[in-house]
Design a binder for this molecule. Structure first.
Ligand SMILES: [Fe+2]
Length: 524
C-alpha cells in the first residue's frame, strides 16, 4: 500500500529512513535537533519560500509545535527540491524579537513536501511567544503563539475559538480574519479543512481540479486552501489544535469503506495520501505509530486545572454507516449494540480518561453532532441521521452514561460537520424526559461551506421541534468563541451576513452560559 505513495523506490527508502529517525528522535525527546549533518544548509535563496505563512499548535506547558512549508516552486528554481534542507527557527518573548528565548534548526525533507515541524521544548508555561523561520537569508512572517498552563496551575480565564468546514469555492474566509483579531489562547479546527471535490452553485473561486486521490493532488489542494491570507492570519495569531473529519479524505468514508465504488485497497491508498498531506500541512506533532493509512491522532491537551481537551477522531476507526447512510428509519444493523464510532482502542482511552478526569471543564473536541437530531418522515416515522452519533446510539449511551457514573466534571462537547450552529443538552437517553442532563454540546457552523446561509429555515425549525434537548439553531456562516473561567463557560455564536463577498462584519448571534456543576444551557 505504502509503495503507491512513492514514485521511486529510492524516495520510499529515504522516507522510511527519515521516519525511523523521526520516531527515534521523538522517543528521545530530541525532535528539534533532528538531522543535523544530514540536512543541507542553504546560504542564499533568491526568492521568499514562506508562501503559506506560519503556524503553531498542540501547546504543552513547556512546548509548542511550530510549522511552515517551503515553496516547492522556489526550491525547484534554486535546484534544491530534491534535498533535505535545514530550516532555522527562533522563539522570542516579544514581538520585536529582542528577547530570543529559544533557537534551533530542523530538517525539511522532500518526502514530507518540505514541510517543517519543530517541537520546541524548554518554554515557560502559560506564556505568549513570537516565532519565525529562516532559510537562505530569508525570514518568514512572525507568528504569535502561547504555551499551556502547567497541569496543576490555577487559570483564571481561557479563551478559545472553534471552526470547521471551509469549502474554498463556496465563500471567503472572512471568519478567520475576525478570528485572527481576537488573539485567542487556542483555535480548534474540527475538520473539513479541505474538500476533496467540488459541488454546489454560485462558486466564488476555484480550488482547481476534480476529486482528488493522490498525494500530489492532496498537497495541491492544501496549498490552494492555505494560500488564503485570512486563513494564514488566523494560523499566525494563535496555536491551533486540529483534527480531521471526512473531507480530508473522502465524503462520509468510514474506516476502510469509501463513499462510492472504490475498493478497500483504493480507499486505504487514498487515506495514506490524505493523512500524509494533512500531517504535512498541519501544526501537529508527528503522530506516534503513523504507518501509511494508519495515523493515530486522538490526544489530550491540558490547560492547567481549568480545562482538559480530548481531541477525537470519529472517522478512522468507525463501523460503516448503518441502513445505507443518510437519514433513515432504524434497521437491525443500526440496533446492533457492538457497533462503534470511536473504535475500541480510542473508546477505552477516552472512557478511562473521562473516568479519572480532574480538570474543571472536560472538553470533547470532535466532528459530528452528539445530541439526538432525528427528523420526522412523511409517514410520521423517525429518521435517524446515520453518519452522526445518532447512527451509533449504543456507544453514545455508553459514553454519556460514563460521564454520569464517573461524575466527570463539566463535560462539554464541541462539534463541527453540519454547517449550522446548534446548542444542545446531552442525556444518556434522549427519548426519556427524565433522563438527566449530563453535559452540554456546542455545534459550530461552517466557515464557508454552503455559501451565505440564513438565520433560520424550515429544516432547523422542524428539527428543533422534534428534539426538545436541542435549544438553538442558526444556518449562517461563522465560528464559535468560548470564554472559560472556573465558575462559568460562555459560548458566543459568531455569524457573518455573507461569505460570497469578502469583508463582511461579524456579530454575536446568540450566547449561552453553563455554570460550574450544572450542565444545563442558560441563555445570556
Ligand atoms: Fe463539512
Amino acid at each position: 500500500m505504502k509503495a503507491a505513495i512513492f514514485q521511486r523506490p529510492l524516495a520510499r527508502r529515504r522516507f522510511l529512513f527519515l521516519m525511523s529517525r523521526l520516531s527515534a528522535a521523538l522517543a528521545l525527546g530530541a525532535l528539534p535537533a533532528l538531522a543535523h549533518g544530514a540536512a543541507r544548509r542553504v546560504n542564499q535563496l533568491p526568492e521568499d519560500p514562506f508562501y503559506l505563512g506560519v503556524a503553531s499548535g498542540d501547546p504543552r506547558a513547556d512546548a509548542v509545535v511550530l510549522w511552515t512549508r517551503l515553496d516547492p516552486a522556489v526550491l525547484r528554481r534554486a535546484g534544491l527540491d530534491e534535498d533535505v534542507l535545514q530550516v532555522d527557527y527562533e522563539v522570542a518573548a516579544d514581538a520585536g524579537f529582542s528577547r530570543i528565548e529559544r533557537a534551533g534548526s530542523i530538517a525539511a525533507a522532500p518526502e514530507l513536501g518540505h514541510s517543517a515541524h519543530a517541537d520546541v521544548r524548554g518554554l515557560r508555561p502559560d506564556r505568549e511567544y513570537f516565532y519565525r523561520w529562516r532559510i537562505g537569508g530569508v525570514a518568514s512572517p512572525a507568528g504569535r503563539t502561547r504555551t499551556a498552563a502547567a497541569g496543576a496551575a490555577e487559570v483564571d480565564r481561557f479563551r478559545f475559538a472553534f471552526a470547521s468546514c471551509q469549502q474554498y469555492e463556496h465563500g471567503y474566509y472572512t471568519a478567520y480574519r475576525h478570528m485572527a483579531e481576537e488573539n485567542f489562547d487556542l483555535i480548534v479546527h474540527l475538520g473539513d479543512y479541505i474538500y476533496e471535490r467540488t459541488w454546489g452553485e454560485n462558486l466564488v473561486r476555484s480550488h482547481e481540479g476534480p476529486e482528488i486521490h493522490t498525494l500530489a493532488e492532496y498537497r495541491a489542494r492544501y496549498e490552494t486552501y492555505r494560500s488564503d491570507t485570512d486563513l494564514q492570519a488566523a494560523h499566525a495569531s494563535a496555536p491551533w489544535a486540529v483534527t480531521w473529519d471526512d473531507h480530508e479524505v473522502d465524503n462520509n468514508y468510514a474506516a476502510q469503506t469509501a463513499e462510492d465504488e472504490q475498493t478497500q485497497e483504493q480507499l486505504l491508498a487514498r487515506r495514506a495520501a490524505g493523512y500524509q498531506a494533512w500531517y504535512e500541512f498541519m501544526p501537529v506533532r508527528l503522530p506516534v505509530g503513523w504507518q501509511g493509512p494508519d495515523m493515530p491522532i486522538h490526544r489530550r491537551l491540558r490547560f492547567g486545572k481549568l480545562l482538559e481537551m480530548n481531541v477525537l477522531d470519529t472517522r478512522q476507526y468507525r463501523d460503516d454507516q448503518a441502513c445505507g447512510d443518510g437519514r433513515r428509519p432504524s434497521c437491525a444493523e443500526h440496533m446492533d449494540p457492538s457497533r462503534s464510532l470511536l473504535g475500541q482502542a480510542q473508546k477505552r482511552w477516552l472512557l478511562d480518561g473521562l473516568a479519572s478526569a480532574d480538570a474543571r471543564w472536560n472538553v470533547l473536541a470532535q466532528q459530528i453532532m452528539m445530541a439526538g437530531l432525528r427528523a420526522v418522515g412523511e409517514g410520521g416515522e423517525q429518521l435517524w441521521p446515520m453518519d452522526i452519533w445518532d447512527g451509533y446510539p449504543f456507544e453514545r449511551r455508553e459514553l454519556l452514561q460514563t460521564l454520569a457514573d464517573a461524575g466527570t466534571p463539566n463535560p462539554v462537547v464541541i462539534t463541527g460537520d453540519i454547517h449550522t450552529h446548534w446548542a444542545a443538552e446531552l442525556k444518556p437517553d434522549f427519548d426519556d424526559p427524565a433522563s438527566p442532563v449530563v453535559g452540554s454540546e456546542f455545534v459550530g457552523s461552517s466557515v464557508s461551506s454552503g455559501g451565505d446561509g440564513e438565520d433560520s429555515n424550515d429544516y432547523g425549525t422542524a428539527l428543533l421541534a422534534n428534539n426538545p434537548h436541542v435549544k438553538f439553531f442558526n444556518a449562517q456562516r461563522g465560528y464559535v468563541a468560548n470564554t472559560i473561567t472556573p465558575a462559568q463557560w460562555r459560548t458566543d455564536y459568531k455569524v457573518l451576513p455573507r461569505v460570497t463577498v469578502a469583508g463582511a462584519p461579524i456579530s454575536i448571534r446568540k450566547s449561552y452560559i453553563v455554570e460550574d456543576g450544572d450542565p444545563r444551557l442558560r441563555e445570556d
